[in-house]
Write a protein that binds this ligand. Structure first.
Ligand code: GLC
Ligand code: CA
Length: 566
């Protein structure tokens, strides 16, 4: 009866939607596909090399589609693989509607998209909105003369005086954010490298051209975008100086507060409009949103949930210590923001979580603990390639080996981001099976044991823990749709919570300490008087099928996940 009803509801609501609007719910809660999905970030340079040039490519990714399917991911986010001079390894785009030959062709992309779709995996592209490459034809035109057709597509300004930039804004990647161009005698603005000039989003022509880029990819089968550096789209039209803070940053520049060149209110107008285009295509917008608190995060969802469906929350990339009170506080904050939470442990800009959370003694157990945390919370997780096998950072030890330019400018305080971008470790053959050539970045010696092939054979590996968790997430209604209830909130060592959905619930217990812990729960106030839980996952060797909720013993850094019913 219930099912018939749901089907009828879907049919009717489907019919009443406008022709282009395809935001269909996937369950009776009205959730959209991306709320039930697990996303997986792929750095194309480093995932799989098919032609032996040492650089990963689309054919390589395609060859691992069965792996991704068996892992249990629903969508892959490809970081930029567009034509690019690769100054910022693809985040300097010279053509938004093509594939860089080093990664393949549009035909390779189409095949990848088709093979993914066959397996129920969606493709999310990276949309570098804030800036283009200085070699993009738009910028070449803009730079050519003060009267060029696209002069106003970028931010050109006179200096304050001979040799002086228009104001004190500092680039995120070191030095002034302004570069003088002798040809036309003006400065242009770049929040990142000087080869990444900022687009002028106050110009409607820029907005139109960029929105068309998203339509172009939607037509090719893409189902969403991760919006790069979205905080930095707009700058103060009056160009006021930023307040200067005491001290110098790691590049030796004065520290400043980016009041006038980040998070301007205009960005929300653009996001609302971009969302309309996304909704016409049943697509999702994910934001690289570096919010400092929940009130900023709320803004990115939009006052009427009409901006980003998935503004990334980076709290797990910043807590960096296994602190139950701190996690409790932050989870509750994000959970209360009003939107659908998004959880991220690491990415291509951040030291890998294996290193950040590890204590060098229990690293394997801690990796499983962190996986169990962000894959069982209410919200959508975004994984980073290699996290599922416990890949570590492999940082350069000599300045001359550094590939990421910020590592050369900031050495040794800032070693750059090479360490978290090393090749995926597939097996124990040379270069971890990533390439038959010379990899663009070196694999760490630990690849001999830390690799997909070896971990598939070990039932208690990090990889198999991820697979179990991902399978659970997809089958268990409480994990998909249940609310989040913090438990034992005064416990300083063990983080515990309940995910409740109607008559079922999942109890998650995470020992974040190096000592064994005994915990006890009374779940009757939460509506679950049952005395025992049915074990779904435990990393404690002696774990049994049924466990008493009034007395659970956990080894150091152990995980217990169990189902309870009314
Ligand atoms: C984002 C990307 C980073 C890049 C920067 C500039 O932060 O994640 O890798 O360097 O934008 O595009
Ligand atoms: Ca290649």
């Amino acid at each position: 009866m219930f099912h018939k009803f749901a089907a009828l509801f879907l049919l009717v609501s489907g019919l009443s939607l406008p022709l282009h609007s395809q935001t269909r719910p996937v369950d009776s809660e009205g959730h959209q596909w991306w709320q039930h999905a697990v996303f997986y970030e792929i750095y194309p340079r480093s995932f799989m090399d098919s032609n032996g040039d040492g650089i990963g490519d689309l054919v390589g990714i395609d060859s691992k589609m069965d792996y991704l399917k068996s892992l249990g991911v629903d969508a892959i986010w490809l970081t930029p693989c567009y034509p690019s001079p690769q100054v910022d390894f693809g985040y300097d785009v010279a053509d938004y509607e093509n594939i860089d030959p080093m990664y393949g062709t549009l035909a390779d992309f189409d095949r990848l998209e088709k093979d993914a779709k066959q397996r129920g995996i969606r493709i999310i592209m990276d949309f570098v909105m804030n800036h283009t490459s200085s070699e993009h034809p738009w910028f070449l035109d803009s730079q050519s003369s003060r009267t060029a057709a696209k002069r106003d597509w970028y931010m050109w300004h006179d200096g304050k005086g001979p040799g002086l930039p228009p104001n004190n804004w500092i680039s995120e990647f070191g030095g002034s954010a302004w570069t003088f161009d002798a040809k036309t005698g003006q400065f242009y603005y770049h929040y990142f490298y000087l080869q990444q000039p900022d687009l002028n989003w106050h110009n409607p022509a820029v907005k139109d051209a960029m929105f068309d880029v998203t339509r172009w990819w939607y037509k090719r089968g893409v189902t969403g975008f991760r919006l790069d550096a979205v905080d930095t789209l707009f700058e103060d039209p009056q160009m006021r100086d930023n307040p200067v803070l005491p001290g110098l940053n790691k590049y030796g520049d004065p520290k400043e507060e980016n009041v006038y060149n980040t998070k301007l209110p205009e960005v929300h107008v653009v996001l609302r409009d971009l969302r309309k285009v996304a909704d016409e295509n049943n697509a999702v917008l994910i934001g690289e949103t570096w919010t400092k608190d929940v009130s900023e995060l709320k803004q990115y969802y939009g006052d009427h949930s009409d901006e980003l469906q998935m503004p990334m929350d980076f709290m797990f990339t910043k807590v960096d210590k296994l602190s139950p009170p701190e996690f409790r506080r932050q989870i509750a904050a994000v959970d209360s923001a009003g939107g659908w939470p998004v959880f991220v442990l690491s990415n291509h800009d951040i030291v890998r979580s294996y290193v950040r959370y590890g204590d060098k003694q229990h690293d394997q157990a801690i990796a499983k603990l962190m996986a169990s945390l962000y894959l069982t919370l209410r919200g959508t997780p975004i994984m980073y390639y290699g996290e599922e096998i416990g890949m570590e950072n492999n940082d350069p030890t000599r300045k001359e080996d550094v590939k990421d330019p910020i590592g050369r400018v900031g050495w040794p305080q800032e070693k750059g981001r090479d360490g978290e971008r090393t090749p995926m470790q597939w097996d124990d053959s040379p270069n971890a099976g990533f390439t038959r050539g010379v990899p663009w970045l070196p694999v760490p010696p630990s690849y001999k044991t830390v690799n997909v092939a070896a971990e598939l054979k070990d039932p208690s590996s990090i990889l198999n823990t991820y697979k179990t968790l991902l399978a659970l997430r997809h089958q268990n209604r409480a994990l998909l749709d249940g609310d989040y209830v913090a438990l034992n909130e005064n416990d300083a060592n063990v983080l515990s919570y309940l995910r409740r959905y109607k008559n079922e619930a999942v109890l998650v217990v995470l020992n974040m300490s190096a000592q064994p812990q005994d915990v006890s729960f009374d779940l009757s106030p939460q509506g679950f008087p049952a005395k025992s839980a049915h074990t779904l996952l435990t990393t404690t060797a002696t774990g049994s099928k049924e466990s008493s909720v009034s007395h659970l013993s956990l080894e150091p850094f152990a995980v217990y996940i169990g189902a309870v019913s009314k």
